[in-house]
Design a protein around this ligand. Structure first.
Ligand SMILES: *[C@@H]1O[C@H](CO)[C@@H](O)[C@H](O)[C@H]1NC(C)=O
Ligand SMILES: *[C@@H]1O[C@H](CO)[C@@H](O)[C@H](O)[C@H]1NC(C)=O
Ligand SMILES: *[C@@H]1O[C@H](CO)[C@@H](O)[C@H](O)[C@H]1NC(C)=O
Ligand SMILES: *[C@@H]1O[C@H](CO)[C@@H](O)[C@H](O)[C@H]1NC(C)=O
Ligand SMILES: *[C@@H]1O[C@H](CO)[C@@H](O)[C@H](O)[C@H]1NC(C)=O
Ligand SMILES: CC(=O)N[C@H]1CO[C@H](CO)[C@@H](O)[C@@H]1O
Length: 390
């Protein structure tokens, strides 16, 4: 955790570059001795969940799991109104604001996270990211929602993350790529750009986005990859992914378990969660109103599958989120020196230049080569499961 501080454009490209900052150097020395300076990780498994902020999922782990984490203390508050000229000086802060609490539960309805919503949440009425407008933006939708967005989970209510944070690496400066909704952020993950989109552009999604992806780069370089999906592979929103030559790279999720067991996982495995309910199989992508318990089950299952695989000792599991889903986060979003990926600009009226990042999202990396989290807590929460490392 102490080494895991990094701004990211949430691109999986980037992971190959950041590996060195979380891997255990003593183990790496052993490995390089054996293996001609090569780093030991030969396959990466990526799971991108939906629509939750860092503070909402992980923020409270600062208190009980690891004080180094840039999480919350409960003193993080947002005013009902960020309009300074309207501020009633008679009111105490408690009467005019909502502070962050640890009683998050099943979330319905879904908080706002369009480009415009996020702009209000991040800026409030300041000319710079102040993270003060979450309550005000939620209030413009409903009274209940303003409380919802200021809540995070107690670690025991997201027990799998609690355990992984304790044992492996959590990244507490990982921001979603653009301050906007799901699809443009998902596009960034495997191609480092949304090709100018800041919203869900149905026509373009149907046609497929034209940019080159990491899958194309891997293919060109003789590296293998696979997409393991539950109901639909959203990676098909890239036009290249529809090419005939890639048709056998798409598998049902159950095949992931087979491949892992047989030691046949490719260099990059992308696991697509279940984005919507089907009879008897609830959605497990963590998007509100979907129950986070289902997301936790999926993460546990992937972890256990990988750990039992003969390829475990060469693997890295990356669990991240596409965007923050409208939930509060206290870390100011970067807006200086953020390079545009390709010079494209967003649509009117903002003509967004892709020069500022979105809100912080949870990212956890898991591998036997990662140093154990520096947490002081000795299994305070009984996970009633065996999640040993090696
Ligand atoms: C992982 O284990 C396999 C089989 O036990 C072995 O051949 C391989 O060298 C190991 N890789 C690393 C990086 O230790
Ligand atoms: C990709 O996977 C192959 C087959 O398992 C392995 O030999 C190779 O080292 C991996 N490539 C990288 C860059 O890790
Ligand atoms: C702030 O409040 C004042 C007084 O009610 C109002 O005139 C003004 O338009 C408000 N400004 C914004 C940005 O909402
Ligand atoms: C808001 O919360 C109250 C009390 O929990 C509930 O009765 C009401 O239906 C909620 N309203 C909306 C719009 O969800
Ligand atoms: C913790 O879980 C184990 C099963 O994994 C159980 O035997 C034990 O009683 C539990 N301890 C507590 C304090 O709940
Ligand atoms: C998979 C899913 O439901 N993702 C949602 C995340 O948030 C956006 C914006 O509300 C929705 O459109 C997506 O459907």
């Amino acid at each position: 955790m102490e080494t895991a501080r990094r701004t990211s454009y949430a691109s999986i490209f980037f992971i190959f570059l950041t590996l060195s900052c979380v891997l255990d150097p003593t183990r790496l020395v052993q490995a390089s001795g054996q293996d001609n300076q090569q780093q030991p990780i030969k396959r990466i498994v990526v799971l991108v969940l939906e629509n939750r902020s860092f503070d909402h999922m992980i923020g409270w782990m600062k208190k009980s799991i690891n004080p180094i984490i840039n999480g919350v203390t409960g003193n993080e508050c947002n005013p009902f109104s960020t309009n300074l000229t309207r501020k009633n000086t008679q009111q105490t802060p408690q009467e005019s604001s909502i502070c962050f609490t640890d009683d998050a539960h099943y979330v319905d309805p879904d908080p706002g996270h369009s480009f415009e919503d996020v702009e209000k949440q991040v800026f409030g009425s300041n000319p710079f990211p102040s993270m003060t407008g979450f309550v005000e933006q939620a209030l413009s939708v409903s009274t209940n929602l303003s409380e919802t967005v200021m809540k995070g989970f107690k670690p025991e209510n997201v027990p799998i993350f609690a355990k992984l944070v304790q044992e492996f690496a959590v990244f507490d400066r990982w921001f979603s790529s653009i301050p906007g909704p799901t699809q443009p952020n998902r596009l960034f993950v495997y191609s480092a750009t949304s090709h100018g989109s800041t919203s869900h552009v149905k026509k373009q999604l149907a046609k497929g986005y034209p940019q080159k992806t990491i899958f194309d780069s891997l293919h060109e370089n003789g590296k293998d990859w696979g997409v393991y999906f539950q109901n639909i592979p959203t990676t098909l929103f890239y036009r290249n992914m529809r090419k005939l030559k890639y048709v056998f790279k798409f598998h049902q999720y159950s095949t992931f378990k087979q491949h892992a067991k047989q030691g046949k996982l490719p260099n990059l495995s992308v696991i697509e969660p279940r984005y919507f309910d089907i009879k008897g199989f609830p959605a497990n992508d963590d998007h509100p109103s979907h129950d986070v318990a289902n997301g936790q089950k999926l993460v546990k299952e992937i972890y256990e599958t990988l750990r039992a695989s003969p390829q475990w000792n060469e693997s890295l599991l990356v669990i991240t989120y596409d965007e923050h889903g409208g939930f509060f986060d206290h870390v100011k979003t970067p807006y200086v020196n953020v390079p545009s990926p390709d010079g494209n600009t967003g649509p009117a009226p903002s003509f967004f230049k892709f020069d500022r990042l979105g809100v912080r999202v949870p990212t956890i990396m898991v591998s036997p080569w990662i140093k154990k989290g520096t947490g002081k807590m000795q299994d305070k929460y009984n996970m009633s499961m065996n999640m040993n490392r090696d």
